[in-house]
Structures are given as C-alpha cells and as structure tokens.
Design a protein around this ligand. Sequence first.
Ligand code: T4K
Length: 380
Amino acid sequence: MTREPSNMLHLHPRLFVARPYLPPRQEFDKYLDEIWDNRILTNYGLLHERFRAELSQFFDGANVTLTANGHLALDIALHVLDAKGEVITTPFTFASTTHVLTWNGLTPVFCDIKENDLTLDPDKIEALITEKTSAIMPVHVYGHFCDAEKIDAIAEKHGLRVIYDAAHAFGVRVDGKSIASFGDVSMFSFHATKLFHTIEGGALVYKNSDLCDLYEASENFGFCKGEHVYIGTNAKMNEFQAAMGLAVLPEFDTLIKERKELTARYTEHLSDIKGVRCLANENPRVTHNYAYMPILINANSFGRTRDNLFQELAKHNINCRKYFYPLISDYKAYHGQFDSGLTPIAAKAADEVLCLPIYNGLSINDADRVCNIIRGLYNG
Ligand code: T4K
C-alpha cells in the first residue's frame, strides 16, 4: 500500500477520535418545547424523572441517580460508601478515576492490569490490601468487562466496597445482564465524547435501595425530604441534559450497530499488520458497546513508535488520542509519589496504545482510509 501524496491531504475531512451523536433536531426540540412550557430548568423536573425512569429500565430496574457529569458521580459514590484511607485502582485510566481519590484525601494504590484487555488484574489485588484499604475502584476500560466476579469476591472476603468506573461501559451486558449489576455501584459517563451522551452528564447505578435517599441527597446539598439530613455537594443533572438523553437513548441500538461494523472493519484490515494489535472485545459472555477502537503498537515489529504513528496520522488530518498516556502514576501532578515500574503491564500499554476514530457518522470508507495509511506506514 502506498502513502497518500501530500497534495491529496486537504481533500479528506478531518477525522476525530470521537464525535457526539446529535439526534434529529425535532426530537430534541419537542423536549425543549416542554421546558419552555413549564419553565422548570433543573432540580428534578419532569424530563429528569422521565429520563431516570427510562434508564432504570435500561439497567434492568436498578436504582439510578443522575448527575451533572461522571466525575461528580464518582465523588458522590466515595462519600456515600464512606471510602477512607487507601483505594486499590488502576493507573491505566483517565485522570478522573485517580483525581477523585486524591481530591478527597484518599490514597490511590495502583494495581497492575491484564495484558489481554487492560483491565485490573484480580490476581494482583490481594497483595495490595492493607488495614487501611477501604475500597476497590476498577475501570471497565474501553467498555471491556473487568473480571468483576473475582473482584467482587475479593472485596467481600476483605469487607471492601467496590465502585466500578464504568464511564466507558454504557450498554455493555454480561451473560445477558447489565454490567451495572456488579459491585456496590457503577458510574457511567454521559460526556459528549461518549457513545451515549447528555452533553455532559453521568449516572450512578446501584442495587441497594436503602441507599437511594443518601445518593440523591448527596448530589443535592444533602437535602432529603425537605430537610438537611446529610452533607452534600451539588451535582444535579439539569433538564436540558435530560432532554438530550431522552432524544439519544432511542437511537442506542443503531449507534451500537454502526460501531460494531466499524470495529469489525478496522479489525479485519489491521489484524495482519505486524506490530499492530487490535484490542479486541473477545469475551464471549459479553455484549459489547464498541466504545473505543484501541490498537497497540509494538515499535520493534511495526518499525515505528506509537508516537510516530500518531504524528503521521495527524498529518493526514486523522486525530487519534493516546488514551491513556501518560500513565497516571507518571503525571506531573503526582511527581515522586508513585512508581510506574510497579505496574509494568500498564506502563507498556500506556506507551503502545492509540485510539483510532470511531463514532456515528464515520464511514466504512473513512475506516478503510485510516487502515490503508497505517498499512502504508508499516516499516518493519
Ligand atoms: N472515568 C473515566 C475512565 C473516563 O474516561 C472519564 C471521562 C471519567 C471517568 C469522567 O467522566 P466525565 O466527568 O467526563 O463525565 C474526553 C472526555 O472529556 C472525558 O469525558 C473522557 N473520560 C475522556 C476519555 O475523553 P478529552 O480531553 O480527550 O476530550 P476532548 O475535548 O479533547 O475531545 C476528544 C475529541 O472529541 C476531540 O478531538 C473532538 C471531539 N469532540 C469533543 C467534544 C467535547 C467533539 O467532536 N465534540 C465535543 O463536544 O477527554
């Protein structure tokens, strides 16, 4: 495969790692009309409650607390579950997962990940548990299902809470049941870059109905049934966000179908290139959401580093992302506090990973073009 001549580059539209799906305007407008009619903009309006009910159904009847974004949802979960001291988590994630711990005065204890799917390695958790450990916070990274049965069993044995960062895992099902059925609580992000979004937004999904009041009050200044029973923050989802959620949710199956086709195309065209590994969703128990299209570049076999490939693709107007580089333990913000040498698989993944464009509106031809350019850059 030859490289595209430089005078052709401008003919191609810019590709992004992610793009929000925007529903037909009339679908959104019909909810805006309701907002204009009743002038309730926030604080548990009708759209919020309708959206919450629809999501609860989507999550097999679980309890749902809607939030302004996913990060604040994690924050609330830590407070509600009374996390203290040390929390075992992965360094291979977005800043939010770790920052929410340190911001709350908790100590992240980084556990390495599994080579096959880059989720937390349950076999390495127990060695990290101390008398200060209060919780485990795994991440279903790229929507890949963590080894949740094992993680939950370890937590139960040691009396720990489990808060799943399921920011990427909306719609994933395991043995036919929602991925939110594991742990104490799961957090979903509805940020614009996510496959399902409410502009900004998030949700906590949990089974324990005894905690509903506490979750709800925690995002509303601690108000519960008209009284300040608890101490809380402000993380409520507003009516415009709920309107977007209501307009996008009916399209969920179509969006997943498009992503599945794109993923299959990428995988088919990239799998035989030496040094390129598609991080496949291989678990047969899992119905995937194809949230991201991560590949791992082995520089020795491919003949170029991940960083070089990233730059070359950018020259072709293809804007990928190094989700997740640098490893959180190597962030400047945490200088001198962690040793990424203790999580070698995560460190290697951070150096090799590249997320390719995947979103509604990206055509199969676009995916082919990305693959052809990568093939042309093979230098082994
Ligand atoms: N835990 C995990 C594991 C997470 O990944 C995240 C968020 C969270 C927790 C926290 O959830 P939230 O509080 O965000 O709900 C993006 C997102 O901002 C962030 O939500 C997400 N993870 C993270 C993985 O990706 P950036 O800095 O890469 O986003 P940005 O603005 O550079 O956008 C990426 C591409 O998307 C751009 O090239 C253009 C396109 N884009 C973006 C926006 C915002 C659009 O086309 N339209 C848009 O409106 O972090």
